[in-house]
Design a protein around this ligand. Sequence first.
Ligand code: NDP
Length: 499
Amino acid sequence: MDTTSRVLKLPEAPREFALWIDGRPVAAEDREIYTRHSPAHDVPVTRIPMGTAEDLDTAVAAARRAFDDRRWSGLSGADRAAVLLRAADGIRARAEELAYWETLENGKPIAQARAEVGGCPGMYEYAAGVARSLHGDSFNNLGDGMMGLVTREPIGVVGIITPWNFPFLILNERVPYILAAGCTMVAKPSEFTSATSLILGEVLAEAGVPEGVFNVVPGLGPVVGQAMAEHTDIDMLSFTGSTRTGRGLLSAAGSNFKKLGLELGGKNPQIVFADADLEDAADGVAFGIGFNAGQCCVSGSRLIVERSVAAEFADMVAAKLARVRVGDPLDETTQVGAVTTEAQNDTILRYIAQGRDEGAELVAGGAPVDLGRGQFIAPTIFAGVTREMAIAREEIFGPVLTVMPFDSLDEAIAIANDTDYGLAASVWTKNLDTALTVTRRVQAGRFWVNTTLAGGPELPIGGFKQSGWGREAGVYGVEEYTQVKSVHIELDKRDPWIS
Ligand code: NDP
């Protein structure tokens, strides 16, 4: 067997799923079933019960009980860490299964899905360490009669709304940190990609996460998601998705002033200086826009390149992208798979048409790739793009790169910051002063120097400007799910108020 081009088989029948509430599966019964078709193969792959607002109430009540009786938050950090470490092993044990269903529902290449699932155990292991080291502060400088403590407490019941682009990864950039903080939670995945979130319920239960601590209610955004935002028994909502939906949640979350964590859209600059290693940068820029078919909140969709090398560099990126293997995501050699939803496919093609209409020059791609089934789009590059064009300003969420030249460092920074978003940015240069100046002056929550899309459990993620609020991952990601309490302790006798 040629192991370099192994193609996995499609499932013989769609896999049936149940909701996951209070530590056990809840069968679909008479709930509406959403049959998910693989966006790459047009065949049914999963059958997901659509939860209702009542299901959400049941799940939130379970999470509330589990929080209030302290079955999780009352454990020591060491005991929580032991469970998190077992969860890491549990994900490793089921990694191939998780990657397979992720690929079938999402359309991403199996090699990429494996890498994403493979990155998740480390998040649990890191969070286990934070569970043990999380601490507050003490004030020993308040005079002999008074001492001050600041303690960190879990915020309570957390709602998590996740999108379809990285269903398992995005969930796991939150769950272990929320667990480390001592919170309980209810997750609502995108209706298109619920399978791996539901499998995670089983993994966490087997690892020893107590009943009610982790719940999953699959369902529609305007039904379950909206009810989650309005729910008065949810203390914090972590939302990842479009800026438009995120904005809509602001007023809903006002029901009980729940804390909001928002990771929203991006229009992220890739700033390339003439002194960069152009070969390396071209590969990085191609990766930054082609990865996950460009359906990535941190994809590097705006190439801002020094004019002296702009034409040459755009050609280098085009040559790289021409060699990218767009194809069946179940083929282990595929690099770019299907576009995940029909709506997203239409959106990307509409933006490509708009780019042409607005007068941008098509350098590469610009059309669907016909593989006989599924929806695929060739990585696309537009040159001659001005700052006003929609393709330069709006998040396309597809493999569409715009090229804008610059003549000076200040101009590069000005173009990079000329956006409502501030999620991520990359700079490519061999000059340390240039790299650090750009890093300091471009507004973005994540930055890459001479690389792109690097990540891991240690460093926080999140956006500036309209890319969102708050941070996930790292120590910051655990602290985000805590609140601080200040305690004044009288060590002597109070000065009486009434003598
Ligand atoms: P949405 O923001 O609509 O979806 C993200 C999540 O929010 C999904 O779970 C969705 O559920 C849920 N949701 C939808 N409506 C509501 C609501 N009223 N209240 C609460 N939750 C809700 O993104 P789309 O899937 O519609 O994609 C549209 C665009 O958003 C893309 O083209 C892209 O530009 C951007 N996007 C950005 C992402 C990011 O990571 N920053 C991720 C995904 C999209 P359901 O899927 O069931 O509707």
